[in-house]
Design a protein around this ligand. Structure first.
Ligand code: NI
Length: 203
């Protein structure tokens, strides 16, 4: 199992980080709510144990990975600057802060990048796993509703929630970085495929 982490030493920092994230995302209705961050943090930590990655950097990075996303923040740079000040305030060492920032800088699907560090690769996998399967389906329609998109439209499917499956979600199983995530992804992928075929039947 991965690098051991004495949680009693970092418990206060992790609590502060959870509270910090809660204040930004508690009321989100786009599928990027506090519980998205919580699931990604939990899953990332789980994968990190298997991959022998740094557990603290992975878990903290996972909690923070959506801070500064330009879909969610009107001033992304400012959000990231504030986050760095916060991490310094709760006495996370500079070196660890830079490991965390390296891990989360290349996470997004649209950027098309693969993070350089194993911790980043794991967080990207966990974030992508939360975009597929049953949770992924729920989040897709929540996001579409929050952005005023139609569920589906049989004349012009672009910009509908169903189209998002074809543009992104069905591609994710082949973009996982770790073997562990590939296995989970396969199962969630099949569930989405059967959902879509039933959806089209009923439509
Ligand atoms: Ni995310």
């Amino acid at each position: 199992m991965g690098k051991s982490l004495d949680y009693s030493k970092v418990e206060n920092q992790l609590t502060a980080i959870r509270n910090y994230i809660h204040q930004f995302f508690a009321l989100d209705s786009t599928g990027h709510d506090f519980y998205h961050m919580k699931r990604v943090a939990k899953l990332a930590r789980f994968i990190a144990e298997h991959e022998k990655a740094d557990l603290f950097v992975t878990e903290v990075g996972a909690w923070l990975h959506d801070i500064g996303d330009d879909k969610l923040f009107s001033c992304p740079e400012e959000a990231i600057e504030n986050m760095i000040s916060f991490l310094k305030e709760i006495k996370i060492p500079e070196e660890t802060i830079s490991d965390i920032l390296n891990a989360i800088e290349d996470i997004s699907f649209r950027g098309g990048k693969t993070p350089k560090t194993i911790e980043g690769k794991i967080i990207q996998d966990a974030d992508r796993l939360d975009a597929i399967g049953a949770i992924g389906i729920a989040r897709t329609f929540a996001y579409g509703g929050a952005k005023g998109q139609l569920i589906y439209n049989d004349i012009q499917a672009d910009d509908t929630s169903i189209q998002h499956f074809h543009d992104k979600l069905l591609l994710l199983k082949d973009r996982m970085n770790t073997e562990f995530a590939k296995k989970i992804a396969q199962e969630r992928h099949e569930f989405m495929e059967s959902f879509l075929s039933k959806f089209y039947d009923e439509w």
